[in-house]
Design a protein around this ligand. Structure first.
Ligand SMILES: Cc1cc2nc3c(=O)[nH]c(=O)nc-3n(C[C@H](O)[C@H](O)[C@H](O)COP(=O)(O)OP(=O)(O)OC[C@H]3O[C@@H](n4cnc5c(N)ncnc54)[C@H](O)[C@@H]3O)c2cc1C
Length: 395
């Protein structure tokens, strides 16, 4: 057993670190100031291969696997968390779902542009009725009319939906059939009327990378954009969320590490009663707990990427990594806030920003309660968390 990072992954991490500092950080600062989506920076990162490491070379990827996706997501989120959204929408849930379930024509048409950052993606599953039971609460319908589907309904909290060129969206083709009535579509919001995305005001989150309420009013999708057969949408969504849990848990890990780095620096510099607060036992205990949580989360995230690279089912590993990365990140944010004292609230320090992203990722790709149910049912033998044979890099 070898716990060290191999040289090729070290090189990937170092390259991404440089891109974050040279490209993403200045772009995020400008984008935030102007509340403007940083399309050019996303295209630059895409051109450098940041989003394509899980994809075969035939579609423009570098076929470096899921360990690499985890490490890149962690690095991006540690250094510029807003760009972390791209790891899901340009590099995972949107394009990978098309790669795994699409026809050859759909893959050729949509995947290369998404992972190159030339087109902006989205993954539209959650509805206002509740994200924890997406199929049960799904009210959006898709009615077949000739060679098109007509979509009506609404989605909630859909990230990048106001900028999206090519997204994956779920709707019910058979509302009476429960989760067996859900169908997946590749949608192109700019292709015609009937699509509207209104940003949701969110405290503590970015003004540039927005999540929106989406309204579909007789929005037409050609039949050739249906992803997989009618009724397969729930299975497609659940597989996509499993992949998404890799990027989301790695992003939480990156943020936990960022809290630890910032708090360690502050603890060494802040002098109270003639000594750095890092010399006090209470601050040392906070730092020790943060460190152990971060390292434990890192091992779970690496194990998840490793399991996915071996091609096996990874539902168990995904739920455990997502749940514990959330625990570690929320603890790290709380501990960092304590170490920073009143300055945790000051805009010149990053703690509030980290907290906002951690709270968002805590819910994204399944709330903690949902992960705990998956883990407990597996442990108690009620439901095997790895019962689904995944579709993985099938081409
Ligand atoms: C900023 C942001 C961006 C997002 N981006 C996207 C996106 O791009 N695409 C997308 O599809 N979704 C997106 N989401 C939605 C996200 O996935 C949901 O917020 C999440 O799934 C939880 O759904 P909900 O917010 O409706 O909470 P609810 O489902 O209403 O849950 C509320 C609480 O009840 C608990 N709960 C619910 N059911 C149970 C149960 N059976 N047992 C125990 N506890 C339960 C939950 O754990 C949670 O704590 C985003 C959310 C945010 C905040």
């Amino acid at each position: 057993m070898d716990f060290t990072l191999p040289p090729d992954l070290i090189q990937v991490r170092d390259t991404v670190e440089r891109l974050m500092i040279d490209v993403a950080q200045p772009a995020a600062k400008a984008a935030e100031r102007e509340a403007r989506f940083p399309r050019e920076a996303i295209a630059r990162l895409g051109a450098e291969g940041v989003f394509g490491t899980a994809f075969p070379e035939a579609v423009g990827g570098s076929a470096q696997g899921f360990q690499s996706v985890g490490l890149i997501s962690e690095t991006v989120s540690r250094l510029e968390p807003g760009f972390g959204y791209c790891m899901n929408l340009q590099g995972m849930t949107c394009p990978l779902t098309i790669l795994n379930w699409g026809t050859d024509a759909q893959i050729r048409r949509f995947v290369p542009d998404l992972i190159a950052g030339r087109k902006i993606g989205m993954f539209a599953l959650t509805e206002p009725g509740g994200g924890s039971d997406p199929a049960g609460n799904m009210k959006t319908t898709a009615k077949k009319r000739g060679d098109r589907y007509v979509l009506n309904g609404s989605k909630m909290f859909i990230t990048f939906s106001d900028e999206c060129d090519t997204g994956v969206l779920f709707a019910k083709t058979d509302p009476a059939a429960g989760h067996r009535g859900v169908t997946a579509f590749v949608v192109e919001p700019k292709s015609g009327p009937g699509y509207r995305a209104d940003p949701v005001a969110m405290s503590g989150l970015s003004r540039a990378f927005r999540s929106c309420a989406v309204f579909l009013d007789d929005f037409e999708v050609p039949e050739e954009n249906r992803l997989g057969p009618e009724g397969e949408g729930f299975r497609i969504a659940m597989t996509a969320l499993e992949y998404g849990r890799l990027t989301v848990s790695a992003r939480l890990l990156g943020l936990a590490q960022a809290c630890l780095d910032a708090a360690s620096g502050y603890a060494r510099d802040r002098i109270i009663r003639g000594q750095p607060i890092g010399r006090t036992q209470s601050v040392q205990h906070l730092a020790a707990d943060m460190t152990v949580n971060v390292e434990a989360a890192r091992l779970l995230v690496r194990r998840l990427g490793w399991t996915m690279d071996r091609g096996g089912p990874a539902g168990r590993e995904a739920a455990q990594a997502k749940y514990f990365a959330s625990v570690a990140a929320r603890h790290a944010a709380g501990a960092a806030a304590e170490i920073f004292g009143g300055y945790a609230l000051a805009d010149e320090y990053p703690i509030r920003k980290f907290m906002g992203y951690i709270d968002m990722l805590n819910m994204g790709e399944g709330a903690p309660a949902v992960q705990r149910t998956l883990i407990a049912e597996d442990t108690l033998g009620y439901k095997d968390a790895n019962r689904h044979v995944p579709k993985r890099l099938s081409r």
